[in-house]
Design a protein around this ligand. Sequence first.
Ligand code: PGA
Length: 255
Amino acid sequence: MSDSDVRPLVAGNWKMHGLKAGLDQALKVRDAVSAAGFAAPVDVMICPPATLVMVLGELAGGGRLLVGGQDCHTAAQGAHTGDVSAEMLKDAGATAVIVGHSERRADHGEMDRHVRDKAAAANRAGLSAIVCIGETAGQRAADLTLDVVRRQLENSVPDGATAANTIIAYEPVWAIGTGLTPTADDVETVHGAIRVALVQRFGEDGARMRILYGGSVKPDNARELMSIDNVNGALVGGASLKADDFLRIVGAYGT
Ligand code: PGA
């Protein structure tokens, strides 16, 4: 199994950004990736805030632009004020949901076991789970990166994960929103270790599961980052808010 057999994904995580007026950027992306001349072998997704998932789902209309959520509850429905279920996201037009982003782990105390249950909930609803893992600056300084990433992977990914229903996003916490990125060698080492762990646990599915890199992916560094072994796409925060920047990152895979 070579890397080129895995179809990459470039996903934009809008975080808590985006009013209706900002949808023009998503429409620009939709139109660019739907154009007849766009033949790049890459999936393209935008994960807007929950308030915009349904409208973007309708605007995307099942075409080439995929729509994702940013979090989901573990239950399908119930007395959980303010939460959104994976079934609701699916109903709104999403095909995937991010779970375990470091901002949710930090802001909402989410632990690996919560993340695993959310990923399983996503799969139950027919969504792909984009499971985020990554070390903090302190853990990196203490040389714990591979330990942390392996432990998060083991405990955050449910046993039922397949190449079709699960995507891993390696996002060093210190690289998110900072403009800092690991060296290409470091990314290769971590993604290689993730691949080994996935193959050990999931066999052929582990070999084909997509491993995204996230953390300060920009138009200027996308080509280098996306060319690293076992990097099968990107999870993009800040640079996904502007269609031109996001499309230049997608363009790392040709157009
Ligand atoms: P960033 O965010 O691209 O703004 O660093 C990435 C993420 O948090 O998914």
